[in-house]
Design a binder for this molecule. Structure first.
Ligand SMILES: [Fe+2]
Ligand SMILES: [Fe+2]
Length: 359
């Protein structure tokens, strides 16, 4: 469930603005001042493990407990802001309407449950289940409501990734490349993506915390399509014939097919395009330059660096220096030149990753 599209935001503006009444008026009217209540030592939520916030009838956040502040650290300030201003983009439009209706009309006993995705450039997206219910018992028309969050980010990620890790394990049974190669390609790709993120170059502005997290897992899937390559071709000692090469190249398309059910298209892009070359001489589609997805261009550099460093049946292991010299020859031929420049700058980290994760 993706939230936060432009359409959502347009639709959000169509919702009639909430009747705004500021806190001073409440105080003047002699109503309870919520902050006093929540700062009391009797507040059972102050050290609760559940991230909880309280809303008033106007959907203003009147209290957020430390667990809640903690869950959304780095995203936004909670207390004193309107719930919709803070979390509007995290919900589907229909859910926003529902939440508002629930509080105003008392539908379903003032209770609602749903999901939210809270996204920012600097933090990995937080996925939560959300529960809304009245804060007070025995009151016909509650004035305060509890919103409880259940962070399922790690759980969802683990479930999804476990399935694909099994596929990766299956492909490793066939492929000669080691498990360490696969992990190293993850580490290099993540490192390179982090550097692009820090560099703040306009060209790479779509690299965010999610991109870095995803490439650090999905890079390892680049050769998963080899599961469909016949063993005699995969393990052949001598050079491959033209026909065998044709079959070998199919691993990119097979990989994309296998990964097409992965919710993030990056998985498919990496499998399909990690053998494309900047000058258009790669495969399977002879894409060139920025037609090649960015994630695939990053993984190409990581994969080739590691392949050169490793000993393979047909070649010895190369030193870091020799590998660098060879890769430089591929600048703007095999590799994206600006990515290669960034790689050259942080190549010491590539060497360190290789050394720390040797076969
Ligand atoms: Fe490959
Ligand atoms: Fe590889």
């Amino acid at each position: 469930m993706m939230a936060g599209t432009d359409k959502d935001i347009d639709a959000l503006e169509e919702i009639e603005p909430l009747e705004v009444l500021d806190l001073d008026e409440d105080e003047a009217a002699g109503e309870d001042v919520p902050s006093k209540y929540f700062s009391s030592s009797l507040n059972p939520f102050s050290n609760s493990v559940f991230p909880v916030l309280f809303l008033d009838k106007k959907l203003k956040i009147i209290y957020a407990n430390p667990a809640c502040e903690n869950l959304f650290t780095g995203f936004f300030n909670l207390s004193g802001n309107y719930f919709i201003d803070v979390f509007g983009r995290a919900f589907e439009m229909e859910d926003i309407r529902k939440i508002r209706e629930t509080i105003l009309s008392g539908e379903s006993g003032y209770s609602w449950k749903g999901e939210a995705r809270i996204k920012s450039r600097d933090m990995v997206t937080v996925q939560t289940r959300v529960y809304l219910f009245p804060a007070e018992l025995n009151i016909k028309e509650p004035r305060e409501f509890v919103v409880m969050f259940d962070d399922v980010t790690e759980e969802n990620k683990r479930l999804l990734r476990t399935v694909f890790l099994s596929l990766l394990e299956a492909s490793k049974l066939k492929d000669n490349d080691t498990g360490k190669h696969i992990s190293r390609v993850n580490y290099y790709s993540k490192r390179l993506a982090e550097e692009l993120y820090r560099g703040k170059d306009e060209k790479y502005k779509r690299i965010d915390a999610d991109f870095i997290d995803n490439i650090g897992f999905l890079a390892s899937m680049h050769d998963v399509g080899k599961i469909g390559t016949p063993d005699d071709i995969l393990n052949k000692e001598g050079p491959l014939s033209d026909w065998e090469w044709t079959v070998m190249r199919e691993h990119t398309k097979n990989g994309a097919f296998i990964l097409s059910t992965y919710p993030n298209p990056m998985a498919k892009e990496i499998a399909l395009s990690h053998h494309e070359r900047w000058d258009g001489s790669g495969y399977p589609f002879q894409l060139e330059q920025e037609m090649i997805p960015l994630a695939a261009r990053i993984v190409t550099i990581a994969d080739v660096y590691d392949a050169l460093r490793m000993e393979r049946s047909y070649k010895p292991a190369l030193s870091h220096e020799l590998t660098m010299a060879k890769m430089l020859e591929g600048r703007a031929v095999h590799f994206d030149p600006s990515l290669l420049d960034v790689f050259m700058r942080i190549s010491g980290d590539f060497e360190a990753i290789y050394e720390a994760n040797k076969d």
